[in-house]
Design a protein around this ligand. Structure first.
Ligand SMILES: [Zn+2]
Ligand SMILES: [Zn+2]
Length: 466
């Protein structure tokens, strides 16, 4: 067996790992590298580590764009095989890849403006909405814990990863023809924290011989536990008392639905006053509808709520907004409301209009529920900068700013160590991916101290044989 690290090595984005076994080439994830526009385009466009036409099949851990986002490019460049994924991952990909295609187009337009000034020929977007749609036809779906042969001597099982809806750990049972041995190989995908508001805990894998593991939070711990509903309630109560709007920038997939579930519970238990809630983002609205269709992904509590014929993603007082006209109406109204809109880092999307209209009113609250990368508008508001620019104009930050960081989808350092310790099997080799190099190294040091097998940080472009 051979494994080549083709992305998410020394960084957290662009997850792609190429496994070769019994003459077949299986690609684990086909993520988009997300970084500076210019570098990103070059890294994503032409698959420097393999020829797409030579790949036999893809196994996809989950729908996040850093794991799935380059699939339409892979299929349009000649990959013709099956893409194995869970049902929910496939449904989320259907909307997320199309959305990504639109972002590719606007990013390329931006790059091309610069290129024109430098007399360079324009670049083509990585893929179109049509490419994304075509790519969705190559999906083959599997439920959790259903083993299936996906090639000669290769059996695939998806295990819960507790990270986002549909997320999975990838277990491959291989009859290796080269040495006649049976090997159990696990790719962790992204590992959740456990105790998630919506999802089941990551499953503990057994008898693992070889492990490819994420290390996003190597050396870092989350400040808060996972169950922080009381804290959200307190922030919301105070914000409602101020009399203004509560504007929540949130990622369209998972974070928005987690928030909706928390709000559903708070309203149901009369813990906060009844005020209207709006989700104003077409992607978030589409994702919310997909969540309702996948009871197989939820923890016992949410599962029971769904089976009591209640809909935590469509409760009374919640309005889902798709159309631009309705979004504008919402902007114009003064009524007190909770408005959840994307993008979570305030870099694009309808959240910008809500911020523009609401940021100078001291009665309003802007509530952050997720991470914002450096230099984004979201990070500037989070830091409490006096003035920020929105659509090229300067605005004074007078609204109250609150932060809630308990919703992370990633296990922290201790939680990853617990995940590793709970697993059984010799784990003769462990490769760490999906982390900045310093993070992966910290995880490597920690694992080396507690484990006899060989632990190493994956290097981009390197191949290992086992
Ligand atoms: Zn992820
Ligand atoms: Zn990821």
């Amino acid at each position: 067996m051979k494994l080549k690290f083709c992305g998410a090595a020394g960084t957290t984005t662009g997850s792609q790992h190429l496994l070769e076994v019994n003459g077949q080439r299986i690609l684990l994830d086909c993520g988009l590298y997300q970084g500076r526009r210019k570098d990103a385009y070059e890294i994503n466009c032409c698959f420097p580590h393999f020829d797409p036409a030579t790949i036999d099949s893809v196994v996809l851990s989950h729908a996040h764009i850093d794991h799935s986002g380059n699939l339409p490019n892979l299929t349009s460049k000649g990959f013709n095989g099956n893409i194995y994924a869970t049902f929910a991952t496939r449904d989320l990909c259907q909307i997320m890849l199309a959305d990504s295609a639109r972002i590719q187009k606007s990013d390329t337009d931006w790059v091309n403006k610069r290129r024109k000034k430098e007399n360079l020929p324009p670049l083509e977007p990585l893929y179109s909405v049509q490419d994304a749609e075509q790519c969705n036809r190559q999906f083959v779906n599997m439920g959790y814990n259903r083993a299936m042969h996906i090639g000669k001597g290769v059996k695939l099982t998806f295990l819960d990863a507790g990270h986002i809806l549909g997320s999975a750990q990838v277990l491959l049972e291989v009859e290796d023809e080269e040495d006649g041995k049976t090997k159990r190989f696990l790719f962790s995908g992204d590992v959740g924290r456990g105790n998630n508001d919506l999802l089941r805990d990551p499953v503990i894998a057994e008898n693992i011989d070889y492990l490819l593991m994420e290390s996003t939070y190597g050396g870092r711990e989350h400040e808060l536990g996972t169950q922080a509903d009381e804290q959200v309630a307190e922030i919301l109560r105070q914000a409602i008392d101020r009399g203004g709007k509560i504007i929540i920038p949130a990622f369209a997939v998972e974070r928005t639905q987690q928030l909706l579930y928390v709000l559903y519970q708070l309203f149901r238990n009369d813990e906060i006053p009844d005020i209207p809630v709006y989700v104003d983002s077409p992607l978030a609205v589409n994702a919310t509808e997909i969540f309702r269709l996948h009871p197989e992904c939820f923890n016992e509590e949410v599962y029971q709520v769904l089976f009591d014929k209640q809909n935590p993603f469509g409760f009374e007082g919640l309005t889902l907004i798709r159309s631009v006209a309705k979004s504008k109406e919402l902007n114009a109204q003064d009524q007190q409301a909770i408005i959840i809109s994307a993008s979570g880092m305030c870099e694009a999307g309808r959240i910008l209009h809500h911020l523009k209209n609401g940021i100078e009113n001291p009665k309003n609250t802007i509530l952050f529920v997720g991470y914002c990368a450096e230099n984004t508008l979201g990070s500037k508001i989070r830091e409490g900068k006096e003035k920020v620019r929105i659509f090229g104009e300067e605005y004074k930050l007078r609204a109250n700013v609150e932060k809630m960081d308990s919703f992370s989808g990633h296990a922290d350092h201790s939680e990853l160590i617990d995940y590793f310790n709970a697993m059984s099997g010799p784990r003769k080799k462990v490769w760490l991916v999906h982390g900045e190099t310093s993070r992966s190294e910290k995880m490597c040091d920690a694992l080396t101290q507690i484990h006899d097998g060989e632990v190493s940080v994956a290097e981009l472009g390197k191949e290992v044989i086992f």
